[in-house]
Design a protein around this ligand. Sequence first.
Ligand SMILES: Nc1ncnc2c1ncn2[C@@H]1O[C@H](COP(=O)(O)OP(=O)(O)OP(=O)(O)O)[C@@H](O)[C@H]1O
Length: 309
Amino acid sequence: MKQKNILSVKNLKKIYAGNQAKDNYALNDLNLDVKEGEIFGLLGPNGAGKTTFINILAGTVVKTAGMVNVWGFDLDKNPRQVRASVGIVPQEVNLDPFFSPRKLLELQAGLYGVKEKDRITDTILKLVSLEKQANSYARSLSGGMKRRLLMAKALVHQPPIVFLDEPTAGVDVELRQNLWRNVRLLNDLGVTIILTTHYLEEAEEMCDRIAILNKGNIVALDSTKNLLDRIQTKKVIFKTDKIIDIKDEDIDSLKVISKMGTEICVSYEKSKVCIEDLINLIKKNNVKIIDISTDDGDLEDVFLRLIKN
Ligand SMILES: Nc1ncnc2c1ncn2[C@@H]1O[C@H](COP(=O)(O)OP(=O)(O)OP(=O)(O)O)[C@@H](O)[C@H]1O
C-alpha cells in the first residue's frame, strides 16, 4: 500500500509584496500530502500558484508562513536536505549548448556535491535514452532529447521526489508520449512524481491523485477516479433513420446540444434521467435508432466547473 507521506504541506502561505497595489496572495493556507510512490498532479489555470509552490521547495522562493516537510525534513530546520530530496525539471529548456549531456550531468552532480564515486551518470543517460548522444554538444540534440536531458539533470542526486513543471508544453504528441514513458519508468523505480500540466487528458491518464489549485487555494484534491465521478452530466448522440423533434422541455435536465440531419446530441443529469427514458422519448417519434454513442465527460469538465465556482 502506498500510504507513507513523502511530502506534507500545512497552511502554506506566500504573499508577494505589491507596490502601490495590494499584496498578492499567491498561496493561501495550502494543505496537501503526497504519498510515497504516487504520480500526483497539480493542476490550475495560469497564476494559480503552481510555480510558486515548486520554487518554495526548490529554495528559490521564501514562504511567508506554514510548514513544509519533505521526506522527513522540515523546510525551516533542514532546507539543504529538503533541496537534496527534490529534483526539479523546469518548464524552460535552459541548457548550456556547448556542453555534452555527460559533461552537463557531471557539472550538475558537482553542484549538488555528489562525490565522483557516487555518480550514476551512465545509468541516468541510459534511463533517458541519451547514451548514444552522451558526448555530443547539447545544441545538436533534438527538442525531445533536450527535454530528456533536463529530466536527467534533475536526477543526478537521486532525489526521491521529482517535480515536472509543464514538461510537455509545446511538445508534439510523439515526444510527449516518449516523455511520459520516461516518467512512468522513473515512477516504477520508486520515484514519487509531482507534475503540473495544462493537458488535462494527460493528467487524467497519468496521475493517481490530483489537486486543483485556483488563485492560491486548493479547490479539489482527490483520486483521479473520484474527481471524474463528480461529473453529473452525460452526453449522448443518437443516430436515427428519420429526423426527430425533441426539445429541452421534454425531460427534466435535458439539453439538446446539436442537431445535424438524423443525428442529435443531447446532455442530461445522470441523477435525474435514465437512458431508457431518453430512448422512449426518441421512439415516440416513430423512428428506428441506428446508433447510440455516449460520452461521460472528462477531467476538463470537472476542472472548468471548479474553476468557475
Ligand atoms: N516574483 C513575483 N512577484 C510578485 N508576484 C508574483 C511573483 N511570482 C508570481 N507572482 C504572482 O503570484 C501568483 C501565482 O503565480 P505562479 O507563477 O506561482 O502561478 P502558476 O500557477 O505557476 O502560473 P502559470 O501556469 O502561468 O505558470 C500570480 O498572481 C503571479 O502574478
